[in-house]
Design a protein around this ligand. Structure first.
Ligand code: PLP
Length: 385
């Protein structure tokens, strides 16, 4: 059976060039980069090279890059790290549609006595800038707003938010896990103080990522030990993973224009064809300010999970924002924030494209989706078709 993977916002296959770059660092150049002998020296050299490559890909300085275990840790470090330095300031501003790595870090801080404002978004997923600025307080220490949303693909007006943060002398962190490699990401153009990166979303290995921290940012580590990563993140560096991340970032940067054009063409073709052949469907997220690889559709009268399973039986891997628990159907916090009509909220599918997908894959997915939705609607008591 044909196998088509279209869940690249969840994770991506590792590029063979990335695997090739990593392999020597498991067996030949395996030293601990902190060791003083030549084995350590070789590992330290690879680490320094990788730091340069990652920095270069986002317009940063090498010393502004801290390697972490992934996007989750980077978000934790950014948010929890600025708190101890700013003890008199206890207020954080974020949005209602952030990834759980940000939302759950914020709710932990609330339980420790900090205060968090969750700014709403409009029906297309754009953060309400007016409300964001209105929620600034004298004791606001940090604004954390994601660059693009992982479910609906909406890209936020990061530069505008950065201006507000600057005007009020507040640190600004953005979670760029879904944007690196898909749209240009440059820390000076975006004007952010901190930016989170994850390797496995860009054809790199899992369990490795980075946090950009602008020089001069008052931040403390959240993991203590042997003072690796300039004291900001202790723990022996994962050299093969870090080399893989650097290679994946360099490749993503080189291929950015070609890959994003290819994904956007497939995205737009799939959306327009689905709208032509399936009635009662809506596109979730922003129609234009949108990741080139993200398609998030809601189909009336069907459940996301049923579609996902039937598509899986046809060899197509996608995801849904509507999780079915034994007792209730609970829509994702992101879809719930968009104020979708009830009829649409449970029938969502996220199709996230990757560089290896083809227009032939799109043909197969469009046909399969049509069959799936029509079949489920035939069985649905809510549908009159
Ligand atoms: N932030 C966003 C927007 C994500 O999509 C993800 C992964 O799904 C993460 C953070 C977490 O990244 P990681 O899986 O590397 O911990």
């Amino acid at each position: 059976m044909k196998q088509i993977y279209m869940d690249h916002s969840a994770t991506t296959p590792v590029d063979q060039l990335v695997v090739d770059a990593m392999i020597p660092y498991f067996t030949e150049i395996f030293g601990n980069s902190s060791s003083l002998h030549s084995f350590g020296g070789e590992a330290a050299e690879a680490l320094s090279m990788a730091r340069k490559q990652v920095a270069e890909a986002i317009g940063a300085l090498p010393e502004e890059i801290i390697f972490t275990s992934g996007g989750t840790e980077s978000d934790n470090l950014a948010i929890r790290g600025v708190i101890p330095y700013n003890t008199s300031k206890k207020h954080i501003i974020t949005s209602v549609i952030e990834h759980p790595a940000v939302l759950n870090t914020c709710s932990f801080l609330e339980s420790m006595g900090h205060e968090v404002t969750y700014v709403p978004v409009d029906t297309e997923g754009i953060v309400d800038i007016r409300k964001l600025e209105e929620s600034v307080r004298k004791d606001t220490v940090l604004i954390s707003i994601m660059h693009a949303n992982n479910e609906v693909g909406t890209i936020q007006p990061i530069k505008e938010i950065a201006q507000i943060a600057k005007k009020h002398d507040i640190y600004f962190h953005t979670d760029a896990v879904q944007t690196v490699g898909k749209i240009p990401v440059n820390v000076d153009e975006l004007d952010v103080d901190m930016l989170s990166i994850s390797s496995h979303k860009i054809h790199g290995p899992k369990g490795v990522g980075a946090l950009y921290i602008r020089k001069g940012t008052a931040i403390e580590p959240i993991i203590f030990g042997g003072n690796h990563e300039n004291g900001m993140r202790s723990g022996t560096e994962n050299i093969p993973g870090i080399v893989g991340l650097a290679k994946a970032m360099s490749l993503a940067q080189q291929r950015l224009n070609a890959d994003s054009k290819h994904m956007q063409e497939m995205r737009d073709s799939l959306i327009s064809r689905i709208f032509d052949i399936i009635p009662d469907v809506r596109l979730n997220g922003h129609p234009v300010q949108r990741l080139p690889n993200n398609i998030n559709l809601s189909f009336k009268y069907v459940e996301g999970e049923s579609m996902l399973m039937l598509l899986d039986m046809k060899g197509i891997a996608v995801s849904t924002g509507s999780a079915c628990s034994s007792k209730s159907l609970k829509a994702s916090h992101v879809l719930s924030s968009l104020n979708l009509e009830d009829d649409y909220i449970h029938g969502s599918l996220r199709i996230s494209l990757g560089r290896e997908n083809t227009m032939e894959d799109i043909d197969y997915v469009v046909e399969s989706l049509k069959e799936t939705v029509l079949k489920l609607r035939e069985m649905s008591p809510l549908s009159s078709q």
